[in-house]
Ligand binder design. Sequence first.
Ligand code: B12
Length: 222
Amino acid sequence: MASDELIHALADLEEERAIQIAEERLDSGEDPMAVLDDLKAGMAIVGDRYEAEDYFIPDLMYAGDIIEQISQLIQEELPEQEEDTLGTVVLGTVKDDIHDIGKDLVYFMFDLNGFKVHDLGIDVPVQDFVDAVEEHDPDIVALSGFLTAAFDSMQETVDALEEAGLIEEFDDDGLRKGTKVMIGGGQITDDVRMYVRADGYETDAPGGVKLAKQWLEGAEVA
Ligand code: B12
């Protein structure tokens, strides 16, 4: 079934149809990642319609609910995670931001790739990140945020982690040693990464996993 059909069913908020198409495509053995890409494309259209004021907040929430149900189906299709833990991640959507669809996909991709992920949820207070990093001593702190306001929350979180001595001071020339900070979400760019003093950023979940693996390989060599 053509990917356009799923994209438009999601964009038009046709819940039953979107789920049915996704099920059929997954049952036919199609790569679940292709289905995931179409969800993103459909959600982008929903976002455009929201910006054009054709859709409103309840429509966004409804679209999020459809995505969540289909993500569940995708998860069932994917192979079991590796037994050995590749690394540990503390993840959360930062203070004042409640967007969790993207963050949940990040959880899902890291988990699938054999990382142990501690998901702190949404609107996570700075101190909760500090406490979780102290408790779990992760390889990576993954901060998600979709609002412009999230940039300040991310920066405050990084400041607090540095002040607590849980991550090293940021060095413009390279990566921190030890625990690294990765950011991602809707509006993240390299300028935002510098502002936040994160070690890296990615615009999608598979990119985040790839970067994390590169960091961990680097750590083994060092
Ligand atoms: C859905 C949505 C909502 C839903 C969220 C539902 C939910 N459960 O998450 C609801 C309705 C609740 C909502 C609320 C609001 N929203 Co909203 N929302 C969106 C929307 C349409 C889609 C975001 C989304 O989930 N996309 C789907 C994901 C899967 O796509 P993706 O981004 O490609 O996902 C990847 C990356 O983000 C990445 N990623 C995410 N996190 C991380 C972390 C790491 C470490 C890495 C590596 C990668 C990574 O991986 C994901 C998977 O591959 C966007 C517009 C848009 N087009 O993006 C606006 C948008 C983000 N919202 C916006 C706004 C303004 C709001 C509200 C303030 C609206 C209001 N007036 O109340 C509130 C904010 C409430 C709050 N305090 O947070 C603005 C933000 C503008 C800004 N610059 O600040 C946007 C851009 C819309 C707009 N253009 O106006 N929103």
